[in-house]
Ligand binder design. Structure first.
Ligand code: HMG
Length: 445
Protein backbone atom coordinates (compact mmCIF):
# COMPACT_ATOMS: atom_id res chain seq x y z
CA UNK A 1 0.00 0.00 0.00
CA UNK A 2 1.20 3.52 -0.80
CA UNK A 3 2.29 5.43 2.25
CA UNK A 4 0.58 8.84 2.44
CA UNK A 5 1.04 11.66 4.89
CA UNK A 6 2.51 15.08 5.56
CA UNK A 7 5.58 15.73 3.45
CA UNK A 8 6.36 19.19 4.82
CA UNK A 9 4.78 22.00 6.78
CA UNK A 10 5.25 25.74 7.27
CA UNK A 11 3.56 28.34 9.41
CA UNK A 12 2.83 32.03 9.06
CA UNK A 13 2.02 33.93 12.22
CA UNK A 14 0.09 37.19 12.43
CA UNK A 15 2.85 39.82 12.69
CA UNK A 16 1.69 41.52 15.90
CA UNK A 17 2.04 40.16 19.41
CA UNK A 18 0.12 40.94 22.59
CA UNK A 19 1.64 40.14 25.97
CA UNK A 20 -1.21 38.57 27.95
CA UNK A 21 0.04 38.62 31.57
CA UNK A 22 1.79 41.99 31.35
CA UNK A 23 -0.33 44.04 28.93
CA UNK A 24 -3.78 42.43 28.70
CA UNK A 25 -4.39 41.12 32.24
CA UNK A 26 -3.66 44.41 34.09
CA UNK A 27 -6.15 46.37 31.97
CA UNK A 28 -8.75 43.65 32.53
CA UNK A 29 -8.05 43.77 36.27
CA UNK A 30 -7.04 40.10 36.27
CA UNK A 31 -4.23 38.20 37.93
CA UNK A 32 -1.49 37.57 35.31
CA UNK A 33 -1.22 34.00 36.62
CA UNK A 34 -4.69 33.25 35.32
CA UNK A 35 -3.00 33.46 31.90
CA UNK A 36 0.40 31.89 32.56
CA UNK A 37 -0.67 29.19 35.03
CA UNK A 38 -4.44 28.79 34.50
CA UNK A 39 -4.86 29.03 30.73
CA UNK A 40 -1.18 28.37 30.00
CA UNK A 41 -0.87 31.36 27.62
CA UNK A 42 1.91 33.96 27.48
CA UNK A 43 1.44 35.88 24.24
CA UNK A 44 -0.93 35.80 21.30
CA UNK A 45 -0.52 36.69 17.63
CA UNK A 46 -2.67 39.24 15.79
CA UNK A 47 -2.75 40.17 12.11
CA UNK A 48 -1.47 43.58 11.07
CA UNK A 49 -3.74 45.91 9.09
CA UNK A 50 -2.74 44.40 5.72
CA UNK A 51 -2.97 40.76 6.88
CA UNK A 52 -5.93 38.38 6.83
CA UNK A 53 -6.66 34.68 6.38
CA UNK A 54 -5.73 34.86 2.68
CA UNK A 55 -2.38 36.63 3.12
CA UNK A 56 -1.37 34.39 6.04
CA UNK A 57 -2.38 31.24 4.16
CA UNK A 58 -0.73 32.33 0.90
CA UNK A 59 2.46 33.37 2.71
CA UNK A 60 2.69 30.02 4.52
CA UNK A 61 2.02 28.19 1.23
CA UNK A 62 4.65 30.21 -0.64
CA UNK A 63 7.26 29.41 1.99
CA UNK A 64 6.38 25.75 1.62
CA UNK A 65 6.48 25.77 -2.18
CA UNK A 66 9.76 27.70 -2.30
CA UNK A 67 11.44 25.40 0.21
CA UNK A 68 10.30 22.24 -1.56
CA UNK A 69 11.04 23.68 -5.02
CA UNK A 70 7.43 23.25 -6.19
CA UNK A 71 5.53 24.92 -9.01
CA UNK A 72 1.74 24.97 -9.57
CA UNK A 73 2.12 21.95 -11.87
CA UNK A 74 3.13 19.83 -8.86
CA UNK A 75 -0.06 20.61 -6.91
CA UNK A 76 -3.33 18.88 -7.86
CA UNK A 77 -5.49 20.13 -5.04
CA UNK A 78 -5.71 23.14 -2.72
CA UNK A 79 -7.90 22.67 0.34
CA UNK A 80 -8.36 25.51 2.77
CA UNK A 81 -9.77 24.97 6.24
CA UNK A 82 -11.03 28.05 8.00
CA UNK A 83 -13.81 29.28 10.22
CA UNK A 84 -12.99 32.94 9.52
CA UNK A 85 -14.15 33.06 5.88
CA UNK A 86 -15.51 36.36 4.55
CA UNK A 87 -17.32 34.95 1.51
CA UNK A 88 -20.22 32.49 1.53
CA UNK A 89 -19.65 31.37 -2.05
CA UNK A 90 -16.14 31.86 -3.38
CA UNK A 91 -13.72 29.70 -1.39
CA UNK A 92 -10.62 31.13 0.24
CA UNK A 93 -8.53 28.60 -1.73
CA UNK A 94 -9.33 30.51 -4.96
CA UNK A 95 -8.03 33.74 -3.43
CA UNK A 96 -4.90 31.95 -2.24
CA UNK A 97 -4.36 30.31 -5.63
CA UNK A 98 -4.75 33.77 -7.22
CA UNK A 99 -2.03 35.11 -4.93
CA UNK A 100 0.34 32.25 -5.70
CA UNK A 101 -0.24 32.63 -9.45
CA UNK A 102 1.14 36.18 -9.17
CA UNK A 103 4.56 34.83 -8.23
CA UNK A 104 4.97 31.42 -9.92
CA UNK A 105 5.18 30.43 -13.57
CA UNK A 106 2.12 28.44 -14.58
CA UNK A 107 -1.27 28.30 -12.92
CA UNK A 108 -3.61 26.16 -10.81
CA UNK A 109 -6.35 25.69 -13.44
CA UNK A 110 -5.95 21.92 -13.16
CA UNK A 111 -6.20 21.94 -9.34
CA UNK A 112 -9.34 21.04 -7.40
CA UNK A 113 -9.97 23.77 -4.83
CA UNK A 114 -12.30 23.82 -1.88
CA UNK A 115 -13.01 25.11 1.58
CA UNK A 116 -13.74 22.94 4.59
CA UNK A 117 -15.86 24.05 7.52
CA UNK A 118 -16.30 22.31 10.82
CA UNK A 119 -14.88 24.69 13.42
CA UNK A 120 -11.30 23.75 14.35
CA UNK A 121 -11.45 20.15 13.13
CA UNK A 122 -11.72 21.30 9.50
CA UNK A 123 -7.91 21.40 9.23
CA UNK A 124 -7.69 17.69 9.96
CA UNK A 125 -10.69 16.98 7.73
CA UNK A 126 -8.85 18.68 4.86
CA UNK A 127 -5.85 16.51 5.59
CA UNK A 128 -8.17 13.51 5.37
CA UNK A 129 -9.66 14.66 2.06
CA UNK A 130 -6.17 14.96 0.61
CA UNK A 131 -5.15 11.58 2.04
CA UNK A 132 -8.23 9.88 0.58
CA UNK A 133 -7.73 11.52 -2.82
CA UNK A 134 -4.18 10.21 -3.02
CA UNK A 135 -5.08 6.75 -1.63
CA UNK A 136 -7.84 6.51 -4.24
CA UNK A 137 -5.22 7.01 -6.94
CA UNK A 138 -6.86 10.13 -8.32
CA UNK A 139 -3.89 12.46 -7.82
CA UNK A 140 -1.99 11.70 -11.07
CA UNK A 141 1.34 11.97 -9.23
CA UNK A 142 0.49 15.37 -7.80
CA UNK A 143 0.54 16.47 -4.17
CA UNK A 144 -2.15 18.35 -2.22
CA UNK A 145 -1.71 21.67 -0.52
CA UNK A 146 -3.70 21.89 2.71
CA UNK A 147 -3.90 25.29 4.37
CA UNK A 148 -5.46 25.90 7.80
CA UNK A 149 -5.84 29.64 8.32
CA UNK A 150 -7.78 31.60 10.90
CA UNK A 151 -8.13 34.89 12.68
CA UNK A 152 -9.56 33.70 16.00
CA UNK A 153 -11.21 36.81 17.40
CA UNK A 154 -13.93 36.98 20.05
CA UNK A 155 -16.26 39.83 20.91
CA UNK A 156 -14.46 42.25 23.19
CA UNK A 157 -15.33 41.43 26.78
CA UNK A 158 -16.16 37.78 26.00
CA UNK A 159 -14.18 35.36 28.23
CA UNK A 160 -12.80 33.83 25.02
CA UNK A 161 -10.99 37.11 24.33
CA UNK A 162 -8.15 35.73 26.47
CA UNK A 163 -7.57 32.87 24.02
CA UNK A 164 -7.44 34.74 20.68
CA UNK A 165 -4.79 34.22 18.02
CA UNK A 166 -4.11 34.43 14.28
CA UNK A 167 -1.98 32.40 11.92
CA UNK A 168 -1.83 29.82 9.17
CA UNK A 169 -0.35 26.37 8.70
CA UNK A 170 0.45 25.06 5.22
CA UNK A 171 0.97 21.32 4.74
CA UNK A 172 2.00 19.34 1.70
CA UNK A 173 0.27 15.95 1.54
CA UNK A 174 1.97 13.44 -0.67
CA UNK A 175 2.95 9.84 -1.31
CA UNK A 176 6.08 8.63 0.53
CA UNK A 177 5.99 11.67 2.83
CA UNK A 178 9.13 13.12 4.39
CA UNK A 179 7.57 14.01 7.76
CA UNK A 180 4.81 11.70 9.01
CA UNK A 181 2.67 8.91 7.54
CA UNK A 182 -1.00 8.97 8.58
CA UNK A 183 -2.70 5.84 9.88
CA UNK A 184 -5.65 4.41 7.99
CA UNK A 185 -7.27 3.76 11.37
CA UNK A 186 -9.16 6.66 12.87
CA UNK A 187 -11.83 7.19 15.49
CA UNK A 188 -14.64 9.71 15.79
CA UNK A 189 -16.81 11.23 18.51
CA UNK A 190 -19.43 13.44 16.88
CA UNK A 191 -22.67 14.98 18.12
CA UNK A 192 -24.98 17.95 17.40
CA UNK A 193 -23.93 20.49 20.08
CA UNK A 194 -24.51 24.20 20.58
CA UNK A 195 -21.41 25.15 22.56
CA UNK A 196 -19.57 27.44 20.13
CA UNK A 197 -21.05 28.69 16.87
CA UNK A 198 -21.18 31.70 14.53
CA UNK A 199 -24.66 31.79 12.99
CA UNK A 200 -23.98 34.31 10.21
CA UNK A 201 -21.89 36.43 12.54
CA UNK A 202 -18.16 37.06 12.70
CA UNK A 203 -17.55 36.55 16.40
CA UNK A 204 -18.61 33.32 18.09
CA UNK A 205 -21.45 32.78 20.53
CA UNK A 206 -19.72 30.70 23.18
CA UNK A 207 -20.77 28.72 26.21
CA UNK A 208 -17.17 28.53 27.39
CA UNK A 209 -17.42 26.15 30.34
CA UNK A 210 -19.73 23.79 28.48
CA UNK A 211 -17.48 23.86 25.43
CA UNK A 212 -14.75 22.36 27.61
CA UNK A 213 -17.03 19.52 28.77
CA UNK A 214 -18.11 18.84 25.19
CA UNK A 215 -14.45 18.76 24.06
CA UNK A 216 -13.67 16.12 26.71
CA UNK A 217 -16.76 14.01 26.02
CA UNK A 218 -16.22 13.91 22.24
CA UNK A 219 -12.48 13.25 22.66
CA UNK A 220 -13.19 10.27 24.93
CA UNK A 221 -15.63 8.85 22.36
CA UNK A 222 -13.09 9.36 19.57
CA UNK A 223 -10.45 7.50 21.58
CA UNK A 224 -12.80 4.59 22.22
CA UNK A 225 -13.78 4.52 18.56
CA UNK A 226 -10.10 4.61 17.54
CA UNK A 227 -9.35 1.69 19.88
CA UNK A 228 -12.23 -0.29 18.38
CA UNK A 229 -10.35 -0.36 15.07
CA UNK A 230 -6.66 0.02 16.06
CA UNK A 231 -6.65 -1.94 19.36
CA UNK A 232 -6.06 -0.75 22.92
CA UNK A 233 -3.86 2.29 23.36
CA UNK A 234 -1.17 2.50 26.05
CA UNK A 235 0.84 5.57 27.17
CA UNK A 236 4.11 3.85 26.18
CA UNK A 237 3.01 3.48 22.55
CA UNK A 238 3.17 7.18 21.68
CA UNK A 239 6.16 9.50 21.82
CA UNK A 240 3.89 12.57 21.74
CA UNK A 241 0.15 13.18 21.79
CA UNK A 242 -0.69 16.50 20.10
CA UNK A 243 -4.22 17.66 20.89
CA UNK A 244 -6.27 20.53 19.51
CA UNK A 245 -5.09 23.35 21.79
CA UNK A 246 -7.53 26.26 22.20
CA UNK A 247 -5.27 27.09 25.17
CA UNK A 248 -2.83 24.77 26.96
CA UNK A 249 -5.02 24.48 30.09
CA UNK A 250 -7.62 22.62 27.99
CA UNK A 251 -5.03 20.05 26.99
CA UNK A 252 -4.08 19.52 30.65
CA UNK A 253 -7.63 18.28 31.19
CA UNK A 254 -7.74 16.18 28.01
CA UNK A 255 -4.37 14.58 28.77
CA UNK A 256 -5.43 13.51 32.26
CA UNK A 257 -8.60 11.96 30.89
CA UNK A 258 -6.63 10.20 28.14
CA UNK A 259 -4.03 8.85 30.58
CA UNK A 260 -6.70 7.45 32.89
CA UNK A 261 -8.44 5.78 29.96
CA UNK A 262 -5.25 4.36 28.50
CA UNK A 263 -3.97 3.00 31.82
CA UNK A 264 -7.15 1.21 32.88
CA UNK A 265 -6.46 -2.55 33.32
CA UNK A 266 -2.77 -2.09 32.60
CA UNK A 267 0.52 -2.50 34.44
CA UNK A 268 0.41 1.25 35.19
CA UNK A 269 -2.91 0.95 37.05
CA UNK A 270 -1.39 -1.97 39.02
CA UNK A 271 1.72 0.08 39.87
CA UNK A 272 -0.40 2.99 41.09
CA UNK A 273 -2.76 0.85 43.19
CA UNK A 274 -0.79 1.10 46.46
CA UNK A 275 -0.60 4.89 46.16
CA UNK A 276 -4.07 5.94 44.91
CA UNK A 277 -6.13 2.75 44.67
CA UNK A 278 -7.66 1.25 41.51
CA UNK A 279 -9.80 3.25 39.09
CA UNK A 280 -13.47 3.38 40.07
CA UNK A 281 -15.63 0.94 38.02
CA UNK A 282 -19.13 2.00 37.00
CA UNK A 283 -20.68 -1.29 38.12
CA UNK A 284 -19.56 -0.62 41.72
CA UNK A 285 -21.76 2.50 42.03
CA UNK A 286 -25.48 2.88 42.42
CA UNK A 287 -25.80 6.14 40.51
CA UNK A 288 -23.90 7.74 37.64
CA UNK A 289 -23.31 10.87 39.80
CA UNK A 290 -21.61 8.78 42.51
CA UNK A 291 -19.44 7.12 39.89
CA UNK A 292 -18.49 10.50 38.35
CA UNK A 293 -17.60 11.91 41.73
CA UNK A 294 -15.36 8.92 42.43
CA UNK A 295 -13.70 9.32 39.01
CA UNK A 296 -13.05 13.03 39.74
CA UNK A 297 -11.47 12.08 43.07
CA UNK A 298 -9.29 9.45 41.38
CA UNK A 299 -8.18 11.93 38.69
CA UNK A 300 -7.29 14.55 41.33
CA UNK A 301 -4.94 12.02 42.88
CA UNK A 302 -3.72 10.62 39.58
CA UNK A 303 -2.44 14.01 38.43
CA UNK A 304 -0.16 14.28 41.46
CA UNK A 305 1.55 10.91 40.89
CA UNK A 306 5.10 10.75 39.62
CA UNK A 307 4.10 8.38 36.80
CA UNK A 308 1.53 10.84 35.47
CA UNK A 309 3.72 13.90 35.88
CA UNK A 310 6.64 12.23 34.16
CA UNK A 311 4.45 11.10 31.24
CA UNK A 312 2.83 14.54 30.94
CA UNK A 313 6.23 16.26 30.91
CA UNK A 314 7.56 13.95 28.17
CA UNK A 315 4.51 13.36 25.98
CA UNK A 316 2.22 16.38 26.34
CA UNK A 317 4.14 19.44 27.56
CA UNK A 318 6.37 19.63 24.43
CA UNK A 319 3.24 19.91 22.24
CA UNK A 320 2.16 23.16 23.92
CA UNK A 321 5.09 25.49 23.32
CA UNK A 322 3.96 27.27 20.14
CA UNK A 323 0.37 27.48 21.30
CA UNK A 324 1.40 29.19 24.55
CA UNK A 325 3.08 31.87 22.41
CA UNK A 326 0.46 32.39 19.67
CA UNK A 327 -2.99 31.62 21.16
CA UNK A 328 -5.74 29.70 19.38
CA UNK A 329 -5.23 29.26 15.64
CA UNK A 330 -8.49 27.29 15.38
CA UNK A 331 -8.04 25.02 12.31
CA UNK A 332 -4.24 25.19 12.55
CA UNK A 333 -4.08 24.57 16.28
CA UNK A 334 -3.59 20.79 16.38
CA UNK A 335 -1.06 21.08 13.58
CA UNK A 336 1.13 23.52 15.50
CA UNK A 337 0.89 21.11 18.45
CA UNK A 338 2.42 18.38 16.24
CA UNK A 339 5.06 20.84 15.03
CA UNK A 340 5.89 21.91 18.61
CA UNK A 341 6.48 18.30 19.60
CA UNK A 342 8.74 17.55 16.65
CA UNK A 343 10.75 20.75 17.22
CA UNK A 344 11.22 19.74 20.87
CA UNK A 345 12.37 16.28 19.74
CA UNK A 346 14.88 17.87 17.34
CA UNK A 347 16.16 20.20 20.09
CA UNK A 348 16.66 17.23 22.42
CA UNK A 349 18.45 15.22 19.71
CA UNK A 350 15.85 12.41 19.88
CA UNK A 351 15.77 9.75 17.22
CA UNK A 352 12.16 9.90 16.13
CA UNK A 353 12.27 7.65 13.08
CA UNK A 354 9.46 5.10 13.25
CA UNK A 355 8.03 6.62 16.44
CA UNK A 356 4.29 7.05 16.79
CA UNK A 357 2.23 10.16 17.50
CA UNK A 358 -1.43 9.99 18.50
CA UNK A 359 -3.19 13.09 17.17
CA UNK A 360 -6.42 14.33 18.79
CA UNK A 361 -8.28 16.91 16.70
CA UNK A 362 -11.42 18.70 17.77
CA UNK A 363 -13.99 21.16 16.48
CA UNK A 364 -16.88 22.71 18.35
CA UNK A 365 -20.34 21.89 17.23
CA UNK A 366 -18.94 19.19 17.85
CA UNK A 367 -16.56 16.48 16.67
CA UNK A 368 -13.32 14.89 17.77
CA UNK A 369 -11.10 12.68 15.62
CA UNK A 370 -8.12 10.55 16.60
CA UNK A 371 -5.55 8.96 14.33
CA UNK A 372 -1.92 7.88 14.63
CA UNK A 373 1.09 9.13 12.69
CA UNK A 374 4.45 7.45 12.09
CA UNK A 375 7.47 9.71 11.96
CA UNK A 376 9.53 9.25 8.79
CA UNK A 377 13.29 8.86 8.39
CA UNK A 378 13.73 12.35 6.88
CA UNK A 379 11.74 14.14 9.63
CA UNK A 380 14.72 16.04 11.07
CA UNK A 381 15.59 17.85 7.82
CA UNK A 382 11.96 18.89 7.48
CA UNK A 383 11.68 20.18 11.03
CA UNK A 384 15.01 22.01 10.99
CA UNK A 385 13.88 23.91 7.90
CA UNK A 386 10.87 25.52 9.65
CA UNK A 387 11.69 28.91 11.18
CA UNK A 388 9.15 29.08 14.01
CA UNK A 389 11.33 30.83 16.59
CA UNK A 390 12.55 33.48 14.11
CA UNK A 391 8.99 34.23 12.99
CA UNK A 392 7.67 34.52 16.53
CA UNK A 393 10.61 36.66 17.64
CA UNK A 394 10.11 39.03 14.66
CA UNK A 395 6.56 39.95 15.74
CA UNK A 396 5.94 43.56 16.75
CA UNK A 397 4.60 44.05 20.26
CA UNK A 398 1.40 46.08 20.65
CA UNK A 399 -0.06 48.01 23.58
CA UNK A 400 -3.59 47.42 24.86
CA UNK A 401 -4.84 50.48 22.90
CA UNK A 402 -3.18 49.16 19.74
CA UNK A 403 -4.84 45.80 20.38
CA UNK A 404 -8.27 47.44 20.49
CA UNK A 405 -7.53 49.28 17.24
CA UNK A 406 -6.41 46.13 15.46
CA UNK A 407 -9.45 44.25 16.77
CA UNK A 408 -11.61 47.00 15.21
CA UNK A 409 -9.68 46.87 11.93
CA UNK A 410 -10.51 43.17 11.60
CA UNK A 411 -14.11 43.60 12.76
CA UNK A 412 -16.21 43.24 9.58
CA UNK A 413 -18.86 45.59 10.98
CA UNK A 414 -16.47 48.50 11.42
CA UNK A 415 -14.73 50.69 8.89
CA UNK A 416 -11.73 52.43 10.35
CA UNK A 417 -8.46 53.67 8.91
CA UNK A 418 -5.43 52.63 10.92
CA UNK A 419 -1.74 52.93 9.97
CA UNK A 420 0.01 49.59 9.69
CA UNK A 421 2.31 48.72 12.59
CA UNK A 422 4.91 46.90 10.44
CA UNK A 423 6.31 47.21 6.92
CA UNK A 424 5.50 44.29 4.63
CA UNK A 425 8.47 42.68 2.93
CA UNK A 426 8.51 39.75 0.51
CA UNK A 427 4.91 38.78 1.29
CA UNK A 428 1.31 38.95 0.09
CA UNK A 429 -0.75 41.87 1.41
CA UNK A 430 -4.41 42.86 1.35
CA UNK A 431 -4.84 46.00 -0.78
CA UNK A 432 -8.59 46.72 -0.62
CA UNK A 433 -11.87 45.79 -2.29
CA UNK A 434 -12.65 45.36 -5.98
CA UNK A 435 -15.77 46.30 -7.96
CA UNK A 436 -17.75 43.23 -6.83
CA UNK A 437 -16.69 43.62 -3.23
CA UNK A 438 -14.03 40.95 -3.65
CA UNK A 439 -10.89 41.27 -1.59
CA UNK A 440 -7.72 42.10 -3.54
CA UNK A 441 -4.12 41.14 -2.88
CA UNK A 442 -0.67 41.76 -4.21
CA UNK A 443 2.84 40.56 -3.57
CA UNK A 444 5.18 43.14 -2.06
CA UNK A 445 8.88 42.57 -2.85
P1 HMG B 1 -12.68 32.32 32.27
O1 HMG B 1 -13.96 32.28 33.02
O2 HMG B 1 -12.20 33.65 31.86
O3 HMG B 1 -11.49 31.68 33.05
O4 HMG B 1 -12.91 31.43 30.99
P2 HMG B 1 -11.50 30.84 34.42
O5 HMG B 1 -11.87 31.71 35.54
O6 HMG B 1 -12.26 29.53 34.20
O7 HMG B 1 -9.95 30.52 34.52
C1 HMG B 1 -9.32 29.71 33.58
C2 HMG B 1 -8.37 28.78 34.35
O8 HMG B 1 -7.40 29.58 35.01
C3 HMG B 1 -9.07 27.96 35.46
O9 HMG B 1 -8.39 26.71 35.50
C4 HMG B 1 -8.77 28.75 36.72
O10 HMG B 1 -8.78 27.97 37.91
C5 HMG B 1 -7.37 29.26 36.41
P3 HMG B 1 -9.23 25.35 35.72
O11 HMG B 1 -9.92 25.49 37.02
O12 HMG B 1 -10.22 25.26 34.54
O13 HMG B 1 -8.19 24.28 35.65
N1 HMG B 1 -7.04 30.48 37.13
C6 HMG B 1 -5.86 30.68 37.74
N2 HMG B 1 -4.78 29.88 37.88
C7 HMG B 1 -3.71 30.39 38.58
N3 HMG B 1 -3.71 31.63 39.13
C8 HMG B 1 -4.78 32.43 39.03
C9 HMG B 1 -5.92 31.97 38.30
N4 HMG B 1 -7.12 32.51 38.00
C10 HMG B 1 -7.79 31.59 37.28
N5 HMG B 1 -4.77 33.64 39.59
C11 HMG B 1 -12.75 29.89 29.21
C12 HMG B 1 -12.11 30.37 30.50
C13 HMG B 1 -11.91 28.77 28.62
C14 HMG B 1 -14.15 29.36 29.47
C15 HMG B 1 -12.82 31.07 28.22
O14 HMG B 1 -11.52 31.51 27.90
C16 HMG B 1 -13.55 30.77 26.93
O15 HMG B 1 -14.77 30.87 26.84
N6 HMG B 1 -12.81 30.41 25.84
C17 HMG B 1 -13.35 30.14 24.53
C18 HMG B 1 -13.91 28.74 24.44
C19 HMG B 1 -12.84 27.69 24.51
O16 HMG B 1 -11.68 27.94 24.21
N7 HMG B 1 -13.24 26.44 24.82
C20 HMG B 1 -12.31 25.33 24.83
C21 HMG B 1 -12.97 24.02 24.41
S1 HMG B 1 -13.87 24.20 22.89
C22 HMG B 1 -12.62 24.23 21.65
O17 HMG B 1 -11.50 23.90 21.92
C23 HMG B 1 -13.03 24.67 20.30
C24 HMG B 1 -12.57 26.07 19.90
O18 HMG B 1 -11.19 26.04 19.57
C25 HMG B 1 -13.39 26.54 18.70
C26 HMG B 1 -13.51 25.65 17.49
O19 HMG B 1 -13.53 24.44 17.51
O20 HMG B 1 -13.69 26.27 16.44
C27 HMG B 1 -12.76 27.08 20.97
Amino acid sequence: MTSVGIDAMEIWTGKLVLDLPNTFAPVKGEDPEKYTKGLGLHTSSFPDVYEDIVTMGANAAKQLMDRKGLTPADIGRIDVATESAFDNSKPVSTYIAGCLEQVYDGDFRHANKGERKFACIAGTQSLDDAYNWIKAGRNRGRAALVIATDTALYERGDPGEATQGAGAVAMLIDEDPDLVELSTEQGYGSMDETDFLKPNQQFPSVDGKRSMQVYLARMREALEDYESVAGRTHPDLFEYIPFHTPFPGMVRKAALLGFRHMTRDTDIEDDLEAEIGRQPREEDFETWDDYEEAIRGYMDELKTTEQYRDWYGRVIEPTLDISSRVGNWYTGSVHIARLSALIAAADEGKDMTGKQLLVGSYGSGAQAEIHAETVQETWLDEIEAVDVDDQLAARTEISFDDYELIHDVHNHEKEIEVEEFTQPEAEFVFTGWGRMNERRYEYVE
